[in-house]
Design a protein around this ligand. Sequence first.
Ligand SMILES: *Cc1c(COP(=O)(O)O)cnc(C)c1O
Length: 366
Amino acid sequence: MIAIPQRVLMGPGPSDVSPRVLEALGRQTIGHLDPVFLQLMDDIRTKMRQVFRTHNEMTLAVSGTGSAGMETLFVNLVEPGEKVLVCVNGVFGQRMTDVAQRCGADVETIEKPFGQVFDQNEVIAAVDRIRPKAVAIVHAETSTGAHQPVDKLGEAIHERGALLLLDCVTSLGGLPVEIDHWGIDAAYSGTQKCLSCPPGLSPVTLSPRAVQRLEARTRKVQSWYLDLSMVRQYWGQERFYHHTAPINMLYGLHEALAIALEEGLEKRFSRHRQAHEHLKTGLRDMGITYVSQEGHHLPMLNAVKIPPGVDDLKVRGRLLDDYGIEIGGGLGNFKGKAWRIGLMGHGATKRNAEMLLSALREILKA
Ligand SMILES: *Cc1c(COP(=O)(O)O)cnc(C)c1O
């Protein structure tokens, strides 16, 4: 087997996986209809509901990474020709636009420069103007490090007859995500960001209103693999075979969710905030500033300006080669202009923040 080096993953994901999760992944594979496995799935659903803070019956893990969750929402909840409003202020909003278009939606966007967030009233005004059937927005824009407030959108969007779709890939497990309280109709996440599990599954939840939309479809879902009307019959009491569940990945997710809940969500969020504050103070002392809007910095994803005259690739190369630390480069409009420093899940510690700061100080001095 190829030798895998020891790394500290401080980029935009994957994040460092806890040893307990790695151990869970290595357990014996059993059948996807084994009663013990079915019990584990039920437990995963219960735990996902707690982490999403929802009572939604339809809460399951889609086989695939966060982007599969994104595609699942659009392909199930939007029929060809229907109007969708996507809020775009970074790469993942752009990706949602592309996915929705491929589903045949009539996509309208509102846009903000990378790093800025939307005022929620602007979004509601756009809904009044455009009259979409669904509105999609990113909670934690990993390409810019911006934290988008979404707590006031649900009710207004429901009054206007639309569904509210949320990308919480990077926020889940690191920031409060209040699916029921905020009136989110459908949301997807990923395992490899603040849940600290390897990539491969996408936790997804649909409100009863979204399930109604799915059931009222006049056409079959275009994607066979991601069709929730079938996938739900495996996760539900019917236990109909649809596709073989990624058994070991689900062991890993189960363990990762258990760890998050044992710690307690509030404690976990505050650990993320503390690590972030520590990093931010240290960076500021070095004259390094954030690219995202003041007051809206994500704790788990610190997108900062590369200081003038500094060679992006050289610094990241030295961090990796000499210190074993991975950070991310800029994405989209920020390519070559920003570093993305992750403090996610298991790795959201002051110790990691301090380790990166000292390495960066050494490298920039040279
Ligand atoms: C990482 C990420 C995705 C995509 O997830 P993959 O696991 O890479 O498919 C989508 N949205 C956001 C905000 C992300 O950070």
